[in-house]
Design a protein around this ligand. Structure first.
Ligand code: SAH
Length: 469
């Protein structure tokens, strides 16, 4: 980080600017939002600057900057639309001890002014150290759209109410109150009746929260999708934002865990050795204990929690303890896998049903209706199927399946290290063993990758269709 972002208190401090044209105007519009004492040196100022001087909003000196003019200034801006003049005045200002900025001259500047999203008193500053001004503008645009225009007003009123809200116990109760205020109650009241209505609402809202008996704990069984954080649902993100405790599996990617609230207690029930074999009762006990303690628990499962996720066992434990839960669906590995190869799970005239199968169950390799699966046109997504591949291959061939039936294996679907193995039923083994896949993989029976060159995977750096092993 070459530039360290700070918010500088400018109230009552001296800020000096040299210049009277376009560059000066742009900077002054920003600086006039502060409470600094502004002095502008310009022999020939734009009419707006003269007008601001008349209004007493800044002091205007109608001449070029001279030594000593920037004395005691906290900040100095060289904004003359003239590189030589900027260099001259910046040198003088530095000699006077001011921190200097030269407009559009990153290297000559001691500080830079970020792109700003202004919802005073909430201010978002965006800097790219000059590397990507386009990106800064894009981020600014996105934030401008996302942050309510009345956010500043809400924050200002909220700030004056902070001490009153201290009537609520610290921690979740207070967080919930403010979340309610900023997310729903505040904007609604503002839309209905402006600032006065917001103030009234704060009182009502506080009473409601005070009388609400200590909120009970809750567990959300949340699907984290196949690994790409962009494939999380908004609901999953919200749950992660507010979680006190996150209990997660081995297949949940670090990028997704990053999104959890920073103070959340993170419990890994998927560690190697401990992990895959963390007894289910132990996981259930973790969940129940934290929910019973009144916490907001997120039980994060890869893909969709309702698909091969042992969800019911956990739900039953929560129910048996009389605690509340909800389920947030996620994108299951089968959906991500077919998306990768540009195919549909169902297709008119080919298959009117699709099966999600597990390669093995508690007793070993899982048995299925092989005779039915062996019929032409069947599509199945086989989870946990790598080790069972030879068994599945044998069973299907034995039941008369066409050896040329396409079989595609997708490893690490949606992740940067995603790989696709395109085979047929007859070649699946030994090809799969030879490929030595180490990540989670779905075996898609009856589907071959679409070979259209136009199929790209936008989340990957290289827009190649697949790495056929
Ligand atoms: N609930 C999960 C499945 C859990 S079972 C879901 O809905 O996706 C674990 C199996 O899911 C793995 O053995 C593998 O078959 C599959 N899987 C999970 N994530 C995957 C991914 N990113 N790519 C391919 N397969 C994945």
């Amino acid at each position: 980080m070459k530039h360290f972002p700070i918010f500088l208190a400018l109230e009552g401090r001296r800020v000096v600017l040299s210049g009277g044209g376009e560059a000066a105007l742009a900077k002054l519009r920003l600086l006039l939002k502060t409470e600094a004492h502004l002095t502008v040196f310009a022999p020939d100022p734009a009419p707006e600057i003269a007008e601001w001087a008349t209004q007493g909003r800044l002091r205007l000196v109608r001449r070029r900057l001279q030594p000593g003019d920037a004395m005691c200034a906290a900040l100095f801006y060289a904004a003359n639309d003239d590189d030589a003049e900027d260099a001259r005045v910046a040198k003088l200002a530095r000699a006077d001890g001011a921190l200097t900025n030269l407009v559009d001259n990153l290297h000559g500047s001691q500080f830079i002014t970020p792109a700003i999203v202004d919802r005073d008193p909430v201010t978002v500053a965006i800097g790219t150290e000059g590397a990507a001004p386009v990106l800064a503008r894009q981020i600014k645009r996105e934030l401008e759209e996302r942050l309510s225009p009345v956010l500043g007003t809400l924050a200002r009123i909220g700030k004056s109410f902070r001490h009153v809200a201290e009537a609520l116990p610290m921690g979740r109760a207070r967080r919930d109150f403010w979340a309610d205020y900023y997310d729903t109650a505040g904007p609604r009241a503002h839309a209905a009746g402006g600032e006065a209505s917001v103030r009234e609402t704060l009182d009502d809202l506080l009473n409601a929260h005070l009388t609400r008996q200590a909120a009970a704990g809750h567990v959300a069984f949340v699907g984290s999708g196949p690994g790409d954080p962009d494939l999380l649902t908004m609901k999953a993100r919200k749950a992660l934002d507010t979680a006190d405790v996150v209990i997660y599996d081995r297949l949940v990617t670090p990028e997704i865990l990053e999104l959890a609230r920073r103070e959340a207690l993170m419990i890994d029930v998927g560690k190697e050795g401990f992990g895959r074999h963390t007894p289910q009762e132990e996981i259930n006990a973790h969940i129940v204990r934290h929910v019973a303690d009144g916490h907001q628990v997120v039980r994060l499962k890869s893909g969709d929690p309702t698909v091969f996720g042992r969800l019911d066992e956990e739900v039953e434990a929560v129910e048996a303890a009389g605690l509340s839960f909800s389920i947030v669906p996620g994108i299951t590995a089968a959906s991500a896998s077919v998306a990768t190869i540009g195919q549909s799970l169902t297709r008119r005239g080919r298959n009117a049903n699709v099966r999600f199968l597990t390669g093995h169950d508690m007793k070993g390799f899982a048995d299925h209706d092989w005779a039915d699966l062996a019929k032409p046109g069947q599509v199945a997504a086989i989870y946990m199927g790598k080790r069972a591949a030879r068994f599945i291959q044998g069973r299907l061939l034995m039941h008369g399946a066409d050896p040329e039936t396409p079989v595609t294996v997708i490893e690490n679907a949606s992740r940067p290290n995603e790989r696709v193995l395109s085979a047929t039923l007859s070649t699946l083994e030994p090809e799969l063993s030879r490929a030595n896949l180490t990540g989670p993989a779905v075996v898609l029976l009856g589907l071959a990758p679409r070979t259209a060159a136009s199929l790209t995977r936008p989340h990957l750096e290289h827009p190649t269709l697949q790495e056929v092993l």
